[in-house]
Design a protein around this ligand. Structure first.
Ligand SMILES: [Zn+2]
Length: 76
């Protein structure tokens, strides 16, 4: 039996300024051309704030996934 996790993971996509491809806002570099993303490579103070926010968001996401996992395993 295959248990599918249909959890919507919201990842913001930004356009690479170099090649114009869509890149995850969590990426440090563009996977297409290697261009550093402005979110992290730009203003240092801003980047730090964004990194902290991303860390908090990741913890929240892990909590949501863990809660969903517990719910699913309890139902089965
Ligand atoms: Zn690129």
């Amino acid at each position: 039996m295959i248990v599918r996790f249909d959890i919507e993971v919201r990842v913001a996509y930004i356009r690479c300024p170099e090649c114009g491809e869509q890149v995850s806002s969590k990426a440090y570099n563009c996977p297409h051309c290697g261009c550093p993303m402005p979110l992290f490579g730009g203003g240092k103070a801003k980047a730090k704030k964004h990194a902290v926010l991303a860390g908090v968001g990741c913890l929240g996401l892990i909590a949501v996934i863990a809660a969903a996992y517990l719910l699913v395993t309890r139902v089965l």
